[in-house]
Design a protein around this ligand. Structure first.
Ligand code: HEM
Length: 279
């Protein structure tokens, strides 16, 4: 893929459509052991997943308007046991069901949850890293000199512009935050993206800084329900961003990114960039 991108040096490319999305949309279903057929439904499925988290607004209508049935059918069938690669991660869920740890229905649901939770979050975070490389070229040059910082770059992009902007919780007891009491039983939105740029926690929060101590960001959520897939996402980032920094000398913006905004998530839907071999 990096070869293909470099073959178009100097031309405008969309980093989402040509770099981050094709990478994740191949690696993830391969890893889960999904069949090859129907994978072209992944983008529409992702759209639906994000659009259904929140009110049934215009975004929801838009995600559902183009005959969703074939997408539902694909998600239903591709995660069935008989369609999974016996060596894939998806099959591990069914093996857990065989051991009695969960039911067979839960095993299938878990495969579907992994498919929905792991795709666009990772696409958006990788795309955001590339946006940061355009906006902070000196940081990209540092990353090229110190490729061991690739994981740090991924974590910093997650802090800098978190794709999962918020998550919902219900308080189980009265909670006191800086003199304000939130009563037990209150529905709350935890604003991860805002916390990740809170100036009381972060110095120069709007800067993408590879040297920052990024531990403590909440781009993966927080507590018992924080992201179970962070190690996998980190591995994907190491593979893709590692290959990128070894080969691509420079990224520059080729136009305004087109934002994708849902109730819960956001990220670039389109990211026009130019790449070159030399710095
Ligand atoms: C950069 C990529 C990713 C980001 C930014 C991300 C973000 C998040 C966040 C913020 C949460 C917490 C939601 C909450 O507190 O309610 C979460 C939960 C979760 N994530 Fe991720 N995620 C990513 C990748 C993945 C991957 C690769 C997988 C699967 C392999 C995954 C599976 C899950 C699951 C299953 C949960 C629910 C955990 C629970 O409720 O106990 N995520 N993720």
């Amino acid at each position: 893929m990096v070869d293909r991108v470099l073959g178009r040096s100097g031309n405008e490319i969309d980093a989402v459509a040509e770099i981050s999305r094709p990478f994740v949309y191949k690696v993830l279903p391969d890893l889960l052991g999904l069949p090859q057929w129907g994978r072209d439904h992944m983008a529409a499925f992702g759209h639906m997943v994000w659009a259904t988290m929140g009110p049934q607004n215009a975004l929801f209508q838009e995600a559902m308007q183009n005959n969703p049935e074939p997408v539902f059918k694909w998600v239903d069938e591709c995660c069935n046991r008989e369609n999974l690669d016996p060596e894939g991660l998806g099959m591990k869920m069914f093996e857990a069901a065989d051991r009695g740890a969960i039911s067979q229905d839960e095993a299938k649901l878990l495969v579907q949850i992994l498919l929905s939770a792991a795709a666009d979050t990772t696409v958006m975070t990788l795309s955001t890293a590339i946006r940061a490389f355009c906006q902070f070229p000196e940081q990209y040059q540092r990353l090229r000199r110190e490729p061991a910082l690739v994981r740090a770059a991924f974590e910093e992009s997650l802090r800098w512009d978190s794709p999962s902007r918020l998550a919902g919780r219900i308080t189980t007891k009265d909670v006191d935050i800086e003199g304000v009491t939130i009563p037990a039983g209150t529905r709350c939105g935890l604003l991860f993206a805002a916390a990740n740029r809170d100036p009381r926690k972060w110095t120069a929060p709007d800067e993408f800084d590879l040297g920052r101590e990024v531990r403590g960001h909440v781009g993966w959520g927080f507590g018992v329900h924080s992201c179970v897939g962070r190690l996998l996402a980190g591995l994907e980032a190491e593979a893709l961003l590692g290959a990128i920094v070894r080969r691509i000398g420079r990224f520059e913006s080729a136009g305004e990114p087109e934002p994708w905004m849902t109730t819960i998530g956001h990220g670039p839907a389109r990211l026009p960039v130019r790449v070159s071999v030399s710095a």
